[in-house]
Ligand binder design. Sequence first.
Ligand SMILES: Cc1cc2nc3c(=O)[nH]c(=O)nc-3n(C[C@H](O)[C@H](O)[C@H](O)COP(=O)(O)OP(=O)(O)OC[C@H]3O[C@@H](n4cnc5c(N)ncnc54)[C@H](O)[C@@H]3O)c2cc1C
Length: 503
Amino acid sequence: MHCRMCLEVWRPRAPLRRFFPFASASLFSTRASSESAEYDVVVVGAGLVGSAFASAIKSTTLTSSLKVALVDISPLKPSDAVSTLTDAEWLHHVPSPRVSTITPRSADFLRQAGSWNSTLEDRTARFQSMQVWDSLGHVRYEAQDAGCTDLGYVVENARLQGALHRHIQDVTDVEVLAPASISGLKLPDVDEVGLAEVELSDGRQLRARLVVGADGGRSRVRQLAGLRRIERRYPHHAVVSTVRTSEPSDTAWQRFLPSGPLALLPVTPTYSNIVWSTSPAHAAELAAMSSAEFAEAADRALHEADQESPEPAGTRAALAHRLGRAVFPLMERMPGPSPERPPRVLEAPGPRGSFPLTMAVAGTYVRRRMALIGDAAHTVHPLAGQGVNLGFYDAQTLAQVVHESASCGSDLGDLIHLRDYDRRRHVGNLPMLAALDSIYRIFDNEGGGMVYARASGMRVVNSSSAVKRTVMQYAMGHSSEDAHAMLQSPLSTLLSKATSILR
Ligand SMILES: Cc1cc2nc3c(=O)[nH]c(=O)nc-3n(C[C@H](O)[C@H](O)[C@H](O)COP(=O)(O)OP(=O)(O)OC[C@H]3O[C@@H](n4cnc5c(N)ncnc54)[C@H](O)[C@@H]3O)c2cc1C
């Protein structure tokens, strides 16, 4: 069976060589001619997303015979120190401060790609609840309300990357070219027949049917391909730290403070992770604190009651504030689960990191023989833990598109297929980018009755199991028609228009 797109470009003389040994040599690279350094796919960037994509290509019978190279500035690190620890040692092991929440859909994709192994499964924190709150309102989500066992996982980035790199090294025949970085890229025009030409900083030349840019937010591939992007720098830095807590937790906690969101995510029964987004000056202060000072500051920020927000200046804003304060008590009668208290923060061992935060999206993710995935294509505020998950959905969709091209023997780098990938992922990513940016703006605004308006909004969501189910399913990566309709915000439409101008 051929897909609709394949029918338009299907050429009977060009099927996959593995199944059709007399096929034209022009569509698939020859393993024997290694001196030609010719590949079907060159993936630039062996981060979480690039590694997952390379594994996914190697996980299906149809595409496993493609000749794939994986390029990275740093050597691969195929290790997982955690898997060799005894249970007792594991409980005392201090996790790295860089962690990611992984949605059930991403975990399924990684399992299919062969990279989510049993040690990762056993020693990865799962959360069944999520609580979002601010000075006045809260929403509590429970996995059982969405008809599932877990809302997500929290995993150290280095462990997940170690599992991906081990799989690539031990199980696949992906050719690893690392350490090496990309220094040049020549893509053929739409009407040209040639392959993409990649130049590495050590002078090596590669030719590829498809070059995949998975080289992060400052993507060199994106720059070399001349793709423009929309960018918004948030006036926030995120400070990350591992903290020891008073008790284990199966909840992902997020408190919106007037200065920005603060997340507490369980990583092991003993330790949790803090992601604290705040002004660059405050972030610098937090990063410079002693461990004891940081633990105390984080504990206070999670537990201390907020001061009532002062009445804003200006007649209209003050009126809105007063109206909100008068009406809000009525909302408190709405049903819904009560807020719970997060564990206490006892200490903050290990290093801390601070990252500037940006929302960005490339106008298009593709050119002839080139596609962007992950942070190379888009970056988001980490407030809902979606960044790497959107990257995994890109990797999954691009691997499907490559599979579809292979199944009908058409050229992997053909724009007709890559545009399908571009369309599918813009439709998936833009509403999420817009939703995250809107959440950021709503919680970044303390004036004109906004405190009461958003607390009322949270009450409404907390009391409606249908709305909560839709939000949870969307956040877990299972997008539904309802969620799409709900997220068709004016901002998402605006982003869609703006990106189309950049194409
Ligand atoms: C504080 C913070 C917390 C976050 N928390 C979460 C979370 O909970 N959940 C979530 O989903 N997301 C989260 N994110 C986002 C997530 O970390 C990123 O989306 C994700 O790491 C992007 O992965 P990537 O593989 O696309 O890019 P990267 O991780 O940036 O990997 C890029 C790779 O390309 C290589 N490279 C770069 N340039 C070149 C070159 N010129 N040549 C060759 N190789 C090159 C690099 O060495 C690297 O290996 C968070 C982000 C931040 C800042």
